[in-house]
Design a protein around this ligand. Structure first.
Ligand code: PNS
Length: 164
């Protein structure tokens, strides 16, 4: 039984994240997608909105026998992972530029909690340039994000802008 935590900001969830989850489902028995509650950051979507969107779009994922759930956490990731009795942390790596930061985090997490492994996964090349940060920037400046995020997320982003 392999239980993985897939942590992140998911502000918002992109097709790259979903691609990682789908690939992870081929390797793990359970993946808990966990949103970091970060009071220091001003997010586009609230944690509750992000959770709701993730839960909805996850229904379209080809997950086989892998159990998927959405959660949130605050504090140290490894403390949370231990509290959820997870075996490993999954992180997506798009390019070499991601690697340095991810390696630092993975090694720090290992020092803090040697029993939890970090597994890096690569998304499809077509998502190698997709990030939540760029999606938000492009969207806020009037560009299209079609194909980069699920249609539900695109619609929620439009709703957000019209309500502002
Ligand atoms: O999607 P992101 O913003 O790249 O995710 C970063 C995340 C949430 C994985 C990272 O910031 C994190 O684990 N934060 C929790 C606090 C923590 O454990 N910090 C020490 C990391 S070595």
């Amino acid at each position: 039984m392999r239980r993985a935590i897939y942590p992140g900001s998911f502000d918002p969830v992109t097709n790259g994240h979903l691609d990682i989850i789908e690939r992870g489902c081929k390797l793990f028995d359970e993946i808990i997608i966990s949103i970091l509650v970060n009071p220091a950051k001003q997010p586009f979507f609230t944690v509750e909105e992000r959770k709701e969107m993730l839960a909805e779009v996850m229904q379209n994922i080809n997950h086989g026998n892998c159990k998927l759930s959405v959660d949130s956490f605050s504090g140290l990731l490894v403390h949370y992972a231990v509290s959820r009795q997870a075996d490993l942390i999954v992180r997506g790596i798009r390019a070499i530029s991601d690697y340095e930061y991810e390696l630092q985090m993975a090694l720090m997490n290992r020092r803090l909690e040697p029993n939890i492994e970090t597994v890096f996964m690569m998304p499809a090349e077509s998502y190698s340039y997709v990030s939540s940060r760029l999606v938000k920037e492009v969207f806020q400046l009037g560009g299209t994000v079609e194909g980069l995020v699920p249609p539900l997320v695109e619609n929620r982003m439009k709703d957000k802008l019209t309500k502002k």
